[in-house]
Write a protein that binds this ligand. Structure first.
Ligand code: 7TS
Length: 400
């Protein structure tokens, strides 16, 4: 049973068995990931890429194997195109501060969408402030789907970059990024895809998508926190200036001049999150071993089941009803503030997230200050969904 491989699910909260429905914030980790992290700290703890001693060699090999696992998971042409970062946030900031900064001048435009996470808004806003560029937004409809008929018009001669989320964390919408990328490329515009919520739930093939950049957060794909990756096309990564300076990212340093290291080391200044990287490799192997198709099928079952159960609750409105969704249900309940609902559910042992989910503009569009969000993973069960629905009913009665 897959669920048993996740010890973090097997705890009690307020004396009740945990029902973990906050997977979009961070997922649980399988034992293989925990073991990989533990093995590094207990069996081959050493710094990497620099020691000639045995432990350093073992640690380096495991870290680089993890990079190769991530490359296989994303179908990147080469492991060198996988840069380790702290997560999606850092990956996006890296691209904004190197690739985009070199291309953007006053009056140029950067295009994002209305449903972006703040981490795919604010780095671009900062860049616009610093350069005098303009941020433009692809609109969405009432179901939480992007209005792509306007895309061709939104892209102009001045568009230098398009950054779009693959799967929305607050609405669950799966965006047709392959089409978006093709449209942008036809106009010579490079595309960054924020894949934070996609990689844990669906097959991602960066070559098939033809994206210029793709960002991943390890902790959402059953890996450790504080680690993620940036995939980039090789010619971009090679042309990009480094971001942070320090050890590892150099080939030669004199006081007059520094020669930078090759890709990906050029973007990995300092001692990296070695344990995190190794754990992330184990998470990638876990997904490939379990089978992303099986994960996706289970997600779809849970989404269909939960949607039906939730829709049957009087006064409950689902925010985000796109035709293509992953297993995320954001909702508001008449007469009950999302935070109050979250607190009541917590007492029943149910973990959901409430608030704006770092997507304030998306929620402003729906004219709600916040939602309650249940986000599922393949290890959740129908029984847990029944219990969620019953508990929401109880909360409703309590506040009536
Ligand atoms: N992009 C999306 C679509 C996300 O969902 C998140 C995190 C990020 C970027 C940032 O990822 P980080 O790992 O760098 O922090 N989303 C959420 C969430 O939905 N609840 O907590 C964090």
């Amino acid at each position: 049973m897959l669920r048993e491989q996740f010890p973090g699910l097997n705890v009690t909260v307020h004396g009740k068995p945990l029902v973990y429905l906050d997977n979009a914030a961070t997922a649980q980790r399988p034992q293989t990931v925990l073991d990989a992290v533990q093995a590094y700290y207990t069996r081959f703890n050493a710094n990497i890429h620099r020691g000639v001693h045995h432990l350093s060699e073992v640690a380096t090999e495991r870290f680089e194997n993890a990079r190769a696992s991530m490359a296989r998971l994303l179908n990147a042409p080469s492991a060198r195109q996988v840069v380790f970062t702290r997560g999606s946030t850092e990956s996006i900031n890296l691209v904004a501060n190197t690739f985009a900064r070199e291309r953007v001048q006053a009056g140029d435009e950067i295009l994002i969408s209305h449903m972006e996470h703040h981490s795919n808004i604010v780095p671009w806003q900062l860049l616009c402030q610093q350069t005098g560029a303009v941020l433009k937004v692809i609109p969405m409809n009432q179901r939480g789907e992007l209005c792509l008929q306007s895309l061709d018009e939104l892209i102009t001669e001045r568009t230098r970059m398009l950054a779009v989320v693959h799967v929305s964390n607050s609405l669950g919408t799966i965006n047709p990024v392959k089409e978006i990328i093709a449209t942008a490329h036809a106009r010579g515009v490079p595309v960054l895809v924020d894949g934070s919520q996609a990689v844990p739930h669906m097959a991602v093939d960066v070559q098939d998508l033809d994206c210029d950049f793709y960002t991943v957060s390890g902790h959402k794909m059953y890996g450790p926190t504080g680690i993620g990756v940036l995939y980039g096309k090789m010619h971009h990564l090679e042309a990009m200036p480094p971001w942070q300076g320090g050890g590892e990212m150099i080939a030669k340093v004199t006081f007059e001049k520094t020669v930078f290291n090759h890709v990906p080391a050029k973007f990995e200044a300092g001692t990296p999150n070695i344990a995190g990287g190794i754990g992330l490799g184990a998470a990638a192997e876990f997904i490939m071993h379990t089978g992303i198709d099986a994960i996706q099928r289970r997600d779809a079952e849970l989404l269909a089941y939960a949607t039906e159960k939730m829709q049957a609750i009087e006064g409950l409105r689902i925010i985000g009803t796109a035709a293509e969704k992953t297993a995320v249900i954001s909702f508001v309940l008449d007469g009950v503030h999302p935070h109050d609902l979250g607190t009541v559910l917590d007492h029943y042992g149910i973990a959901i997230r409430t608030g704006h989910h770092c997507t304030m503009p998306a929620l402003q569009f729906f004219k709600v200050p916040g939602t309650a969000r249940a986000s599922f993973a393949f290890y959740n069960t129908e029984e847990e969904i029944d219990y969620l629905a019953e508990s929401i009913q109880k909360a409703r009665e309590m506040f009536a």
